[in-house]
Design a protein around this ligand. Structure first.
Ligand SMILES: Cc1cc2nc3c(=O)[nH]c(=O)nc-3n(C[C@H](O)[C@H](O)[C@H](O)COP(=O)(O)OP(=O)(O)OC[C@H]3O[C@@H](n4cnc5c(N)ncnc54)[C@H](O)[C@@H]3O)c2cc1C
Length: 512
């Protein structure tokens, strides 16, 4: 994919300049906006929306980004708390897309580290390297369990050769690839902890989206079958990380946009009006009141389900019902600040056990030494949950006590080392791919496609399991589509000087 598509050469060929038919303009309501006024409204200032805004701003176009939160970055932001910095769950940057890598490195202007990855997973009361390493796994699991894993794996391979199973769920896929024993030990608990639903209900389409970038099972396969995961990013031994946390990337994108255009934070979009298959205006609300804003192009990175609910007039009932059938997983981030130099040398620790209320921890200092004040460190724990769960409604004091208690029990910290705590609750952290979600998703996307000047981008926006690179890629693609349209419009303006009727006709074709 070309991220920065060269401006198309729009010299009209002789066929397109053919004289228009009589009455061709009679019912045309479109006008060509002057190029300088062609404006884009971007909903959401996470990485996807910011990447769109940045590319459009660099191309000299008029853009306004609206972000509901007080700061940009969405899920990829870094929180600053009494001298400690932390992401909303550690965010490593890695990609197979060289253009995105170049884009990110250019934005970060050298303020980036190459971090070695060292992760572990806590299984059966033991710590294993993550991704699993054969020797470590063999000695950790013991001969009996390893033999059972290998036997189950062979059984599935033979079974699949003669009668390939129907693959509907995550469980079907993992069992068919790795055997029942490996599923039971390695996959079931962590997957169910992350998604909050039974593995039989997690759609195999999630595997299809995830496998490109990360897979627990690719890691296992790599360990047991010695298959190298060249293109499997999760097996990568290192990653990029900005010196001051992942939020530096969003902050730099915001600065780049603000050199030319406004980024309006603490401003929520509360309605999206449309007419004749075009978005016409949005209502933006902030502490100063509300404003109705018109635009020519609209890019939405807000959750897909919310976009549907904000449309005015509302979509047909079946589209609203489809949106209500799509679910997201929420997240609580508990960060304990510690009066201690360092706890581990790890980037991540995975904790699948159901007796531990959080699923993953990380120590930001091991990602960049500038994340904690000298002589101190902090641990960030991720509680995967739904906002209707009891845990979401727990008091901050209880969440702090619970996190401390478990980290003490696991032997990571001592209670008296805890000097501070910060608790954040994030809604819609993960789109959930439940068996059957695809039909709802397809119906929504088909409906939204009707809007000629609306593009949806990003992880929540497209309801895709996007990492940062894919979120930005989708934003940049949307920007490039608009740049191409603008160049076409500009050219039409030039053409209109010689024949105004010609430009109107072509503009109507472009805009429809
Ligand atoms: C715990 C966790 C760990 C992760 N780790 C990694 C990792 O290591 N590497 C990686 O590459 N990716 C990681 N990701 C994924 C990464 O966070 C996302 O891919 C990326 O941040 C998505 O960006 P986005 O702009 O698409 O969406 P978002 O970040 O969700 O941005 C959407 C924005 O829209 C705003 N918004 C919503 N409604 C409105 C409204 N009505 N009006 C105005 N604004 C609105 C929101 O406030 C938000 O800022 C992780 C995600 C999570 C949850």
């Amino acid at each position: 994919m070309a991220l920065f598509s060269p401006l198309p050469n729009l010299a009209l060929d002789s066929n397109r300049q053919a004289a228009p038919k009589k009455n061709a303009y009679a019912n045309c309501h479109h006008t060509i906006p002057p190029a300088s006024e062609l404006s884009t409204i971007i909903l959401g200032g996470g990485l996807a929306g910011l990447a769109s805004g940045y590319v459009l701003s660099e191309a000299g176009l008029k853009v306004t980004v609206f972000e509901g939160a007080p700061t940009v970055g969405g899920l990829s932001k870094t929180v600053s708390h009494n001298g400690f910095l932390f992401d909303l769950g550690g965010h490593r940057f890695l990609t197979n897309n060289k253009e995105i890598e170049k884009f990110v490195l250019r934005i970060l202007q050298g303020e980036v580290l190459n971090v070695p990855r060292r992760s572990k997973i806590y299984l059966l009361n033991k710590y294993f390297d993550y991704p699993l390493k054969p020797i470590n796994a063999f000695f950790g699991l013991g001969l009996g369990t390893t033999s059972k894993i290998v036997a189950d794996y062979c059984k599935e391979r033979i079974k699949n050769t003669f009668s390939p199973p129907a693959i509907v769920s995550l469980e079907d896929w993992v069992v068919s690839q790795f055997g029942r024993k490996m599923f039971d030990i390695y996959f079931r608990d962590y997957s169910e902890k992350v998604w909050g639903i039974n593995c039989q209900q997690i759609s195999q389409e999630w595997v299809a989206q995830r496998i490109q970038g990360l897979s627990l099972w690719a890691a296992v396969k790599n360990a047991f079958c010695k298959l190298s995961g060249k293109n499997l990013l999760t097996l990568s031994d290192d990653f990029f990380y900005p010196t001051m946390g992942i939020g530096q990337l969003s902050d730099r994108l915001q600065e780049g946009i603000e050199n030319h255009n406004p980024v309006s934070t603490s401003t929520r979009i509360t309605a999206i009006r449309h007419d004749s298959a075009r978005i016409t205006e949005v209502t933006a609300v902030n502490c100063h009141g509300q404003k109705i804003l018109t635009g020519d192009e609209f890019i939405s990175s807000i959750p897909l389900t919310q976009l549907v609910e904000l449309l005015d007039p509302p979509p047909p009932a079946e589209i609203i019902n489809a949106a209500r059938s799509l679910k997201y997983r929420d997240l609580i981030i508990v960060t304990l600040m510690l009066n201690r130099e360092q706890v581990t040398d790890l980037t991540w620790m995975y904790l699948p056990g159901k007796d531990i209320p959080f699923g993953r921890i990380h120590e930001p200092k091991n990602w960049s030494p500038r994340m904690a004040p000298p002589g101190q460190t902090h641990i960030v724990a991720e509680f995967f949950c739904f906002k209707d769960d009891a845990i979401w409604k727990e008091t901050d004091e209880r969440l702090q006590a619970m996190t401390t208690e478990h980290l003490v029990k696991l032997g990571f910290i001592n209670q008296d080392e805890v000097i501070d705590c910060c608790i954040l609750r994030l809604q819609k952290a993960y789109p959930i791919f439940e068996v059957g979600y695809q039909a709802h998703y397809d119906a929504i996307m088909k409906y939204l496609k009707e809007f000629a000047n609306l593009q949806v981008v990003g992880r929540s926006g497209k309801f895709k399991y996007f990492n940062m690179d894919h979120a930005m890629e989708s934003g940049i693609e949307a920007a490039n589509t608009i740049i191409s349209k603008t160049v076409t419009t500009k050219h039409l303006r030039e053409a209109s000087r010689s024949d105004p009727r010609l430009s109107t006709n072509l503009a109507s074709q472009i805009q429809s």
